[in-house]
Design a protein around this ligand. Structure first.
Ligand code: HEM
Length: 292
């Protein structure tokens, strides 16, 4: 992942540079949404010119929806179809990208199949895009609400990785689902085979027994073992990439923008489903000669 860091920093820098002279923006659409999509295109070996198409797919796939599995299936089929040409091309002519590396895998001694390739590519799309967009959204919103923290991190950027972890804990936002495979009772709750369980990770990271004053952001916590990336065998496979993707925009926003605040004219919007999502995040900062 560290070999991607230079490219990731350059992407973040160009996006933050694109807003620096504006004095205001919706940070989600101007930066947070484009950034992981560009990283994803690069990592998968898809051309950057396909950014608008993949941004459109992100919006469509992650739009709030009902519980219709058929509709979700159709949305995911679209994602697989968008990558199918490259998946086929890399089978014949591997390059230096993740799709080529996936083709080289064997699972239990069996070679990869096109069905598995589609599944993994869609999984990476689902797992690696909306998560990063929202983690950045929550993190930047917190910074916008706490100018003194911005000042502290500007003065001491070495604290940014620690701050990034504490932001993940404070704003844990993924709610993974599980299907119950046998009748059982857990914590006094009866569960039946086939039931769907939402494991509300934010409750774990805001548990006062684990984290005293859990709603408080603090760089001084003794316990930093959060579950924002899940726990157990399905713990996030992309967490090392995610950490690079979060720290890079935090660092560059602090370096390249002056103190920024939430824009009182346009309150942030949120929505909730499998994630607690930041749908829009309007910020303001002073341009030279102005004040906020
Ligand atoms: C801040 C960003 C991220 C957060 C908060 C996050 C969170 C999570 C969580 C909570 C899970 C566990 C889901 C479960 O238990 O069912 C998970 C799984 C996963 N994540 Fe992430 N994730 C992030 C970024 C990424 C990125 C950038 C990638 C890759 C490009 C990625 C790839 C995956 C994959 C492949 C899994 C499935 C692992 C498995 O089922 O064995 N994630 N993530």
């Amino acid at each position: 992942m560290m070999t991607l860091k230079g490219d990731i920093d350059a992407l973040a820098e160009s996006l933050v540079a694109s807003i620096a002279e504006q004095g205001r923006c919706d940070f989600i659409s101007a930066v947070a949404e484009q950034f992981p999509v560009r990283v994803f295109l690069k990592m998968m070996g898809l051309p950057q010119e396909r950014l608008p198409e993949f941004r459109g797919l992100v919006r469509e796939v992650f739009a709030p929806r009902g519980n219709d599995p058929l509709e979700m299936g159709l949305r995911l089929r679209k994602v697989a179809d968008a990558m199918l040409d490259v998946i086929h091309a890399r089978r014949e002519a591997p390059q230096d990208d993740l799709i080529s590396q996936l083709w080289a895998l064997e699972i239990d001694g069996e070679p990869m199949t096109i069905i598995l390739m589609e599944d993994y590519s869609v999984l990476l799309f689902l797992a690696g895009l909306d998560t990063v967009i929202n983690a950045i959204g929550h993190g930047i919103r917190h910074l916008a609400m706490h100018p003194q923290l911005q000042a502290e991190l500007r003065a001491n950027p070495r604290l940014i990785p620690k701050a990034g972890e504490e932001l993940l804990r404070r704003y844990t936002f993924v709610i993974p689902m599980r299907r119950v495979t046998r009748d059982l009772e857990l914590g006094g709750v009866a569960m039946k085979t086939g039931d769907i369980v939402h494991s509300f990770l934010p409750a774990g990271d805001l548990d006062g027994a684990e984290f005293p004053e859990p709603n408080l952001f603090s760089l001084l916590r003794a316990n930093r073992a959060h579950v924002a990336f899940g726990a157990g065998p399905h713990r996030c496979l992309g967490m090392h990439l995610a950490r690079i993707e979060l720290q890079s925009p935090y660092r560059l926003v602090l370096e390249m923008l002056p103190e920024f605040r939430l824009d009182p004219e346009y309150p942030a919007h949120f929505h909730a489903g499998n994630l607690l999502a930041v749908a829009s995040l309007h910020l303001r900062w002073a341009l030279e000669g102005d004040c906020l």
